[in-house]
Design a protein around this ligand. Structure first.
Ligand code: SAM
Length: 257
């Protein structure tokens, strides 16, 4: 039995038992092989763009004796899928923009037809993924944040439900945050920092955003050394963003580290 990292385990936990899973950008295919080994999924597809990881996925499936239940396909994003072939799509370990591009292209090609669940773990750019989910009426049912080997990861679980729009608009209503910000700014904050993560904040959330604030501060310092008008306006924009994040962190109900 494979032992997953905490990050991959969290993704596996979100997958609904009994669903046919397609793991896109599967690399070593650890996730689908594990899901088959514990019999959480009857069948799985591992999709990979690049030859090396595609070969690694095939090897992993064979070593685990799963070739009858695991199909490994080489191709770009959701192109490896036929509509109706999977109930759950997992995509993990890549940037949020690439992930959204894969989802957008797959959606346009009808590859998400029949898919009722997405489990997504962007390494960066979580906001772009939440925006994609909102735009396409996927309800964000849960999200998690965790730290492993010095890196902080967010995992999102989205489902297809008929009242996604209404549920999302309730979820993304930021009035629970006791800060003096306009509704559209609050909406932006929730997309950026996570609507569930802000409702039940954990120390790791503070750690992530303190780190982001430090990065923004360093950028502002560098921009401060430039005489260009463009740099000054960028610096102002970052400063305003930092103020909002700072204000939100201050208002969160928890023991700060
Ligand atoms: N999903 C695994 C995980 O989370 O541990 C592997 C993540 S690995 C860092 C990202 C993988 O995505 C790489 O193996 C890469 O080849 C693959 N990849 C990148 N772009 C892709 C695309 N457009 N379609 C399919 N796979 C892609």
């Amino acid at each position: 039995m494979l032992k997953l990292s905490r990050r991959l385990q969290k993704i596996a936990d979100y997958v609904t038992a009994g669903s046919r899973v397609a793991d896109i950008g599967s690399d070593h295919a650890m996730l689908p092989v594990y899901l088959l080994q514990i019999d959480k999924c009857p069948t799985a597809i591992a999709g990979e763009l690049n030859l090396g990881p595609y070969e690694a996925a095939k090897k992993q499936g064979a070593a685990a004796g799963m070739t009858a239940r695991l199909t490994v396909r080489q191709g770009d994003g959701l192109n490896v899928l036929q509509p109706g072939e999977a109930d759950t799509v997992t995509i993990a370990g890549m940037g949020g923009s690439l992930m959204s591009d894969i989802l957008e292209a797959g959606h346009a090609a009808g590859k998400l037809e029949g898919v009722v669940e997405l489990v997504l773990q962007p390494n960066v750019g979580e906001e772009v993924v939440r925006e994609w989910l909102l735009k396409h009426n996927w309800y964000l049912a849960a999200e998690s944040i965790l730290e492993e080997d010095g890196k902080i990861y967010e995992v999102m679980h989205a489902i297809r439900v008929s009242d996604a729009k209404a549920r999302n608009s309730e979820l993304y209503d930021g009035s629970f945050l006791k800060v003096k910000l306009a509704a559209d700014k609050l909406f932006g904050v929730l997309k950026q920092m996570g609507p569930y993560l802000l409702r039940e904040p954990q120390p790791v959330l503070f750690k992530k955003w303190r780190h982001e604030l430090n990065k923004l501060e360093r950028i502002c310092d560098q921009l401060g050394g430039s005489d260009l008008a463009e740099s000054a306006s960028k610096r102002e924009q970052f400063q305003a963003e930092m103020n909002v994040i700072e204000e939100v962190l201050q208002c969160l109900p928890m023991d700060k580290p």
